[in-house]
Design a binder for this molecule. Structure first.
Ligand code: HEM
Length: 416
């Protein structure tokens, strides 16, 4: 491996010195122009530091779909057990990250995930369609008589919160509290979402999550229920019950994944439909095309811009030498627009019917919630367009400032 490019700070390699996760690149969503340049000139790129978190190690960016596929599938070389986002080391202690199955490697990962897989198959999830539709209609009913709203806060958030809340056995009156806790922990760096700064995640939000969750756990210990939290409370892995912090963090993972992702994709997808009358007309003429619009929204606007692995041994990737211990970031926001896979990749076109990596790239950590997400997104778009076919943008949508969650924090619309 002697003649491979290793990481450098010398200014010799293309795009040397670019710090990909730095705030300046993320004020208005993912830096697509930068990713295009990276895919062309330096598809495996070294970021030496993270300005907002100076104690945090640098990382490799993997920007092409084929390379991400390689990393995702090779869990022996690219481990999930040392943090799953580029900056997670500074936000949460490793012990908590490793208590979520997204922060584990096989075999434990497979055993904990296996507790839930049967409940998340497309067939089992399809049984929830009527409930999800009723939740969505109930939320849209609340807008009757209004000629304006914000699709993020008035539609997406209450729907996704109630859907995941019902899976977890939470009372509807707590939905807003849990939504706040998930938004501040995942969008920690955005000054609007979390005005007091990312330190509050460990100082304030995580203790509140633990306190609230411990009450829910105690109730389920006393009386088992048929929700997903009860599955965690009563699970046995290799003959042992999960520890309390593992139950809390398992709950957190499901809540966070269910809360942020679907909300993000629905809003970005609706924005694209509102911005393109041809696409809107296709859907209004034939609502059976909505699943294709869902897939195209997933491709263009992956709800998580990246996930990360850590190299367990030296490896070669895209002509660069990765060293044991290096962080390796898979940029789905880039790979889903990889020009070797998609023609005119920046254009939203539901007729494309293309595969994508929004749910991961085929590895062990492939999203558990794909069937639920697809169902929620289809129902949300169906019901929104049926009720408000001429829904239109009403002001500038704004992104959460984050290199991890790829989502709008505001999407003002008119309801003509
Ligand atoms: C638009 C919606 C969604 C998107 C784009 C999405 C995307 C992802 C991605 C990219 C990963 C990580 C893949 C990897 O690192 O290899 C993931 C993992 C996961 N997702 Fe989703 N997700 C969505 C909805 C959901 C929903 C509704 C749930 C429901 C609970 C969910 C639960 C999970 C869980 C538990 C994991 C961890 C899986 C593991 O570590 O094995 N997701 N998701």
């Amino acid at each position: 491996m002697a003649d491979l490019d290793t990481r450098t700070d010398t200014g010799d390699a293309p795009l040397d010195g670019v710090l990909v996760t730095d705030r300046e690149h993320w004020v208005d969503g993912p830096p697509h122009a930068l990713f295009t340049e990276m895919r062309a000139r330096c598809p495996v790129h070294w970021t030496a530091s993270i300005t907002d978190f100076p104690q945090e190690a640098g990382f490799w960016s993997v920007t092409r779909a084929d390379d991400v596929h390689t990393v995702s599938r090779d869990w022996q070389t690219y481990s999930s057990a040392s943090g799953f986002t580029a900056v997670s080391d500074s936000l949460m202690p490793l012990e908590l990250i490793q208590a979520m199955f997204i922060g584990m490697d096989p075999p434990k990962h497979d055993r904990v995930k296996g507790l839930f897989q049967r409940g998340f198959t497309p067939r089992r999830i399809a049984a929830h369609e009527d409930d999800i539709r009723a939740i969505t209609r109930g939320v849209l009913d609340r807008l009757e008589g209004r000629d304006r709203c914000d699709l993020v806060t008035d539609v997406a958030q209450p729907v996704v919160s109630r859907v995941i809340g019902s899976f977890m056995g939470l009372p509807p009156e707590d939905d807003e509290i849990w939504a706040r806790l998930m938004n501040t922990t995942l969008g920690a760096g955005d000054p609007d979402v979390n005005p007091e700064g990312p330190e509050t995640v460990m100082a304030r939000d995580v203790p509140e999550i633990f306190r609230r969750c411990q009450e829910l756990i105690a109730a389920r210990r006393a009386q088992p229920t048929d929700d997903l939290l009860s599955v965690l409370v009563h699970a046995e892995i290799d003959g042992e019950r999960l520890e309390e912090h593992e139950i809390v963090m398992g709950f957190f993972l499901l809540m966070a994944a269910g809360n942020d992702s679907t909300k993000a994709t629905y809003c970005s997808g609706m924005r694209a439909i509102m911005e393109d009358e041809e696409q809107r007309a296709l859907l209004l003429d034939d609502p059976a095309l909505i699943p294709d619009a869902v897939e195209e929204a997933l491709r263009m606007f992956p709800a998580f811009a990246h996930f990360r692995r850590t190299a367990t041994r030296d490896a070669e990737l895209g002509g660069r030498r990765i060293r044991a211990g290096d962080k390796v970031v898979m940029w789905y926001a880039s790979t889903n627009r990889d020009e070797t896979r998609y023609e005119d990749a920046d254009r939203f076109d539901l007729r494309r019917r293309a595969e994508h990596q929004a749910f991961g790239a085929g590895g062990r950590h492939f999203c558990l919630g794909t069937a639920l997400a697809r169902l929620e997104l289809r129902v949300l778009i169906e019901e929104t367009l049926a009720r408000h076919p001429h829904i239109a943008l009403d002001g500038e949508p704004r992104y959460v400032e984050s290199p991890f969650v790829n989502q709008l924090k505001t999407l003002p619309v008119r309801l003509p």
